[in-house]
Design a binder for this molecule. Structure first.
Ligand code: F6R
Length: 260
């Protein structure tokens, strides 16, 4: 696995067509990911983008905003579906994923907000909301491109390590490690919601194209496990190795354990 090139593409031909792109740092990771998304929007202006929250995609969204401001991107026909939302958090709460998306992307580009979708965390009937959201994604024909971050435990969306891969949008109990990782955004760990609505692994795998952004040394162990280890529901992101069109854009720090 040793590779001394500063930048490298690894195409894992032995089991998968997964492409792993190593970048120098977070900024380059963000530019590369934004370019892939931009190509999608340019080649299919009415595409469906699956979007993620968290620290990993913020730089990507900044780049997309820059391209829009430069007149290079038009989001007027784009539809979006977000991966997940905390259950019980109102949209106006600045920690809700609805708020995050408006704040970090939608308020700054010409997307029609009526075409942006985040699960409704305030719907108390989990079964009803999850069925509605899954149906909505289906009615769009699925995502043309799904952007993902990677959790420290290998989660994608809020699909936590489990005995099996959950297929469709569902309600999850967040794992203590996820609550711990997300408490930085709340006054205390007690304030982090304990449940969330999330697309299932099957919903994510139905996207035509997937881009994963991963940054930082703290993700190095999970990058190696998820993208170079066995495929198992204990590491939910590992299933991406079986998707026909995945690009992992990973900075050098997150990639560092692969090269050991
Ligand atoms: C966000 C999401 C999560 C994050 C993951 C990584 O919508 O579904 O799976 O992508 O927790 O988060 P960051 O990027 O903050 O390290």
């Amino acid at each position: 696995m040793k590779n001394s090139n500063k930048y490298c593409w690894i195409i894992r031909k032995e089991v998968t067509k997964m492409r792993v792109l190593k970048t120098a740092d977070y900024n380059e990771m963000s530019r590369k990911a934004a370019n892939i998304i931009a190509a999608q929007v340019i080649t299919k202006p009415d595409c469906v983008l699956g979007l993620a929250t968290g620290s990993s995609p913020i730089g990507t969204y900044k780049e997309l905003i820059r391209m829009y401001e430069n007149g290079d991107l038009d989001f007027s026909q784009v539809k979006s579906v977000n991966l997940d939302e905390y259950k019980g958090l109102p949209r106006e709460n600045d920690q809700s994923y609805y708020y995050f998306m408006n704040d970090n992307l939608f308020n700054h580009i010409n997307i029609d907000k009526a075409n942006t979708n985040v699960p409704n965390g305030m719907e108390p009937d989990a079964e009803k909301e999850c069925a509605r959201y899954e149906e909505l994604i289906k009615s769009y024909g699925g995502a043309d491109l799904q952007l993902l971050g990677l959790g420290h435990n290998g989660h994608i969306g809020f699909n936590e390590p489990a005995e099996q891969f959950d297929k469709v949008t569902h309600c999850v109990d967040l794992q203590p490690s996820t609550i711990e990782a997300n408490k930085r955004f709340f006054a205390s760990a007690d304030d982090v919601p304990k449940q969330a609505y999330t697309m299932g692994i099957g919903t994510i795998m139905n996207a035509k194209k997937i881009v994963v952004v991963v940054s930082g040394e703290d993700k190095a162990e999970i990058v190696k496990k998820a993208f170079f280890g066995p495929v198992t529901p204990n590491v939910p992101a590992s299933i991406l190795q079986f998707h026909p069109d995945v690009t992992v854009v990973c900075d050098a720090a997150a990639y560092s354990k692969v090269e050991e």
